[in-house]
Design a protein around this ligand. Structure first.
Ligand code: PLP
Length: 483
């Protein structure tokens, strides 16, 4: 496909404006000469239909949550209500500026304050910051809070425990905050091995990071015992709540003895994501950790909302201004719109959809941890025959019109296929997905070449993924547009 620059023809226009009915004046009279361009900006010159068709064609090369099932494990690629997009684009929000001051931002501050209160309720914890820009950023904040907490107490604790079923960002966050990461093993049921945990929990350990449900989609049944082991030895518990659609409205991390929880507003609470767009990773904490939260904190005095910078024990600022506000608007609207009952329905549907898929697919694919799952589960692509691998299955799914699941993660399952259908998918679509995977398993036996060479119907065939990551070509070599 051509780029918009290659479609350019000198003199083509996408708009027709009426002739100027005022005397024309030289540009220099209107704009100071030093501010005038010396060269034309080199924009493409195309007609309106060419422009619209170009971008419409481009959009069809892509696959998104508005096209169909996007079962990327751990990512919660669900459909998000469009009304929340409209709300985030209200002119009063869209044209607000962080420097306009508190007096002119009372509605915005109130929204942030109330969102914070709602999230505290969902977490079951009394302190919150909405500043972190993403889940992993929330994790980093959590780790810095733990660090500060022990510094204040004069304790030297340099290690963080991480189960081998943790999300990949967890060890990265702990490491970035300066902790040494100690892996603690899972048992044969896919949960934290308590005996192993007790062995690893020493006086040098600051705490544990738990992905709940873990990356196998399994709820940590012994979470109260885990919290007890950690707390008894003086440590703190971090709950990675990025996949809160698994328990929201039913169980609260604070009630499970967790000290810190991060949310992924862009997964659970209605902001479309993927492609690295703005996210939001609020962090809720216990009363003990509240003084260390990043500055500013959104606060209220009587009827007035303000940004509280007067927090001497704070770990400091972690974002310019106050994080990604438009994501907060969507989350606020989504939570209010659903209410308690709606939030319960979210986790109910997410868990039901995942278990339905799991039970049907385990007839055809290996399910190494065969248990009731939460929002997701992990199959293995091993054993289909003819040397077919998980990568081949994933690529062939594209031909069937589905986005592939997360693959080769978590590492504790060989040839992993990590599937999260989310709560916004119909039974009919789940059945279509099951049928596609069953068909693919049959093809693996009868026509393995079909899988090895897949995808066949996609805009691009199989990519060299290592090269794509190592030598990305991010710029087209184009001749400049001449006027
Ligand atoms: C997505 C995810 C994260 C990271 O969130 P980002 O917003 O991508 O930084 C962390 N933990 C879990 C369990 C996740 O699913």
């Amino acid at each position: 496909m051509s780029t918009i620059f290659e479609l350019s023809k000198p003199g083509r226009r996408g708009v027709s404006l009426p002739r100027l009915d005022l005397p024309e004046r030289p540009l220099e009279e209107l704009i100071p000469k030093r501010l005038l361009r010396r060269e034309p900006p080199g924009l493409p010159e195309v007609s309106q239909p060419d422009l619209v068709r170009h971008y419409t064609r481009l959009s069809k090369l892509n696959y998104g949550v508005d096209d169909g099932l996007y079962p990327l494990g751990s990512c919660t690629m669900k459909y998000n209500p469009k009304v929340n997009e409209d709300l985030a684009r209200l002119p009063q929000f869209k044209f607000a500026h962080p420097l306009q001051g508190e007096e002119l931002s009372q509605g915005i501050l109130r929204l942030m304050f109330e969102l914070g209160e709602l999230l505290k309720g969902i977490a079951g914890l009394p302190g919150i910051t909405l500043q972190p820009a993403a889940g992993a950023h929330g994790e980093l904040v959590g780790m810095l809070l733990i660090k500060k907490y022990f510094e204040e107490r004069g304790e030297r604790r340099t290690k963080i425990l991480l189960p081998d079923s943790a999300h990949g960002t967890n060890p990265a966050s702990a490491h970035t905050a300066g902790f040494q990461v100690i892996e603690t093993p899972s048992d044969e049921r896919g949960m934290v091995d308590l005996a192993g945990l007790k062995r690893n929990m020493t006086e040098e350990v600051a705490g544990i990071m738990l992905t709940v449900p873990n990356t196998l989609g399994i709820f940590e049944e012994a979470i109260l015992e885990v919290a007890e082991v950690i707390h008894k030895a003086g440590g703190l518990c971090y709950f990675d709540g990025a996949n809160l659609n698994s328990i929201v409205g039913r169980a609260r991390p604070g009630d499970m003895g967790m000290d810190i929880v991060h949310f992924n507003l862009h997964k659970t609470f209605s902001t479309p994501h993927g492609g690295g767009g703005p996210g939001s990773g609020p962090v809720a904490v216990t009363e003990e950790l509240e003084p260390y939260l990043p500055v500013p904190v959104v606060a209220r005095k009587g009827e007035r909302y303000y940004l509280d910078y007067d927090r001497p024990k704070s770990i400091g600022g972690i974002h310019s201004f106050y994080g990604h506000f438009a994501v907060m608007v969507r989350a606020y609207a989504y939570i209010l719109m659903l209410g308690d009952e709606g939030l319960r329905a979210v986790s109910g549907s997410a868990v039901l959809a995942a278990n339905y898929l799991k039970e049907r697919l385990k007839r055809t694919y290996k399910l190494p941890y065969d248990r009731l799952c939460k929002h997701e589960f992990v199959l293995s692509g091993k054993g289909l025959g003819n040397d077919v691998r998980t990568l081949d299955i994933a690529k062939r799914l594209i031909d069937y019109g589905f986005h592939p699941p997360t693959i080769y993660f978590p590492l504790i399952v060989e040839e992993a296929l990590m599937i999260e259908p989310t709560e916004t998918v119909s039974k009919e679509e789940l059945d279509r997905f099951i049928a596609a995977l069953e068909e693919i398993a049959k093809e693996a036996k009868e026509h393995p070449q079909l899988l090895k060479e897949a995808p066949h119907n996609a805009p691009v065939r199989r990519l060299d993924e290592v090269r794509a990551a190592r030598q990305p070509i991010l710029r087209a070599e184009l001749r400049p547009v001449r006027r």
